[in-house]
Design a protein around this ligand. Structure first.
Ligand code: PAF
Length: 282
């Protein structure tokens, strides 16, 4: 397995693939890999001639320094996991100053308004950071296809907008959420949960399922109420937001509209750890 820290050496490795018109699949990550990431890598391996996985904790997408410092750093273990899937994976683990051309700051993006919803409201500058780093990574890796998990559904929509804005010929593929046995969506942040918190965190998935079950019978107002009540019952959780939004625009509607696909989104805190999840409702 080849591990590259510099853009020049990665580009040199990818050159023969480009020359021979072989397809390059790309899975961008911030490391602390889990089965969710591995499912993206496996799909990329099935669909491409070569696969690049980037491992880079992107400083510009964190809205607070403490969160950045707390982010799990497990490079050695990540490499073992990737190696266990395929020795052919090409790993790109760049140095921030080189990736950012000595200017570690975000570009300002307008992603058709999607950036103003949910995570955009609660994590100032987050999507500018995500857009900036992916634009830089996409230009080095030049993939044909890039893979993102639906757990970060809003991020997935943002990336689809990003490639249009930046005019990048990359097919963006969304992959299903991978869950723990108790339904908790896999996330690098789960590593910070105690055993008890991990078990309690099943509440997120259970609540989303209740919303899905009742979607046709209850109004949006009543569904919101249902979620608030479920979270109030728990001593462990603080609900940051619950929204039912149009799957394409991520905007909310007052009442259900015909022929619109809706999705439920939750962000909450448990023991200081912020978790998000979402589910298609119809
Ligand atoms: O989803 C993530 O891990 C990050 O936001 C990404 C896409 C790797 C960009 O840093």
């Amino acid at each position: 397995m080849k591990i590259h820290n510099s853009k020049t050496s990665l580009k040199a490795t990818l050159l023969p693939f480009k020359k021979n018109k072989k397809s390059i699949g790309f899975v961008p990550t911030m490391g602390a890999l889990h089965k969710g990431h591995l499912s993206l890598v496996k799909q990329a391996l099935k669909e491409n001639d070569c696969v690049v996985v980037s491992i880079f904790i992107n400083p510009t997408q964190f809205d607070n320094q403490a969160d950045l410092e707390k982010y799990p750093k497990t490079l050695e273990n990540d490499l073992i996991l990737l190696y266990s899937i395929s020795k052919k994976i090409i790993v790109f683990s760049p140095i921030a100053s080189e990736l950012y051309n000595q200017n570690i700051s975000s570009k300002s993006y307008i992603f058709s308004g999607i950036e103003k919803e949910m995570e955009g409201k609660h994590r100032a500058g987050h999507f500018d950071g995500v857009g900036t780093v992916l634009n830089l990574l996409f230009r080095v890796v030049t993939p044909n296809k890039a893979y993102f998990g639906e757990k970060d559904f809003q991020q997935l929509q943002i990336v689809k907008e990003l490639v249009k804005i930046e005019n990048l010929p990359i097919n963006i593929t969304g992959c299903p959420i991978v869950r723990e046995k108790n339904g908790l969506a896999m996330s690098s942040r789960n590593k910070h949960l105690s055993e008890e918190e991990f078990e309690e965190a099943a509440l997120i998935y259970l609540t989303l399922n209740k919303v899905k079950e009742k979607f046709h019978d209850l109004t949006f107002k009543n569904l919101n109420q249902l979620v608030e009540n479920e979270f109030k019952k728990s001593d462990f959780f603080t609900l940051e937001y619950f929204e039912i939004a149009n799957s394409s625009t991520l905007k909310t509607d007052e009442n259900k509209l015909k022929n619109i696909r809706y999705r439920a989104f939750i962000a909450c805190f448990i023991g200081g750890i912020r978790l998000i999840d979402n589910m298609a409702l119809n």
